[in-house]
Structures are given as C-alpha cells and as structure tokens.
Design a protein around this ligand. Sequence first.
Ligand SMILES: [Zn+2]
Length: 51
Amino acid sequence: MGTCTESDCDRKAAVRLYVPWDEDRNVCASHARVLVQRDGVVAMALDDAEL
Ligand SMILES: [Zn+2]
C-alpha cells in the first residue's frame, strides 16, 4: 500500500485523503488527523489500515 506521501515521513499509509485543491494522497494516521481539519478535505481509511 506504500508509505505516507508527506515529506520527511516514512510511516505506513493508513488513510486516503481527497484534497479539493490538490491531488489525492495516501498518508499515515498522524498526518491524516492534521490534514483532515482543513476545509473540504475528506479522509477514507485504506482497506488494510492498521489503525
Ligand atoms: Zn505521515
């Protein structure tokens, strides 16, 4: 499934984020918690996520 796409982060990707102003991205649970607070961002858990 890959790793978090945020820079300087190599944790396992756990959540897919749909970002209105940018490309969709897979991020770790920690980054998802931060990014999902921005307006319009939608988070969907990946099927094999270990939350
Ligand atoms: Zn991350």
